[in-house]
Write a protein of this length. Sequence first.
Length: 98
Amino acid sequence: MPENPLEHLKALIERYTVISFVPDIDRYRRITSPKGGRCIFRGCPEPIAWEDARGENFLCEGHYRTMKTWIEEARKGLLPGGHLSPLFTQGGEDATRL
């Protein structure tokens, strides 16, 4: 895996999910009514529990926590002193797209 936190995050996402971008995890919302779909983690059989702001890119409960942790760890490692990179600031929906 790459040493750069952002490259490491991208590599994890590409290896374990069916997407190739960093999802805007801060805009994910819990699914409250029955909906069809599968978790974006490859081979995950768990029921979906979270969706992105567009109602796509579903995550099960466990993989939502995993993705949130991965992104938080990358954010901490991007700039010295624990400052967030502008890449991860709250803003437009595409703020975390690569």
